[in-house]
Design a protein around this ligand. Structure first.
Ligand SMILES: [Zn+2]
Length: 43
């Protein structure tokens, strides 16, 4: 259904992950901070 596709494209929030110690660090994928190696948390 068209509305279903639209909601998938528009309604899905882009999730970003950030380091609690380095807010400038942002990643689209869950991983480790390149600066300190801590696990990223969902922003
Ligand atoms: Zn960090």
């Amino acid at each position: 259904m068209y509305t279903d596709i639209t909601s998938k494209l528009m309604g899905k929030k882009m999730e970003t992950y950030t380091c609690p110690m380095h807010p400038k660090v942002r990643s689209k994928k869950l991983g480790k901070c390149p600066e300190c190696g801590m696990g990223l948390t969902k922003a």
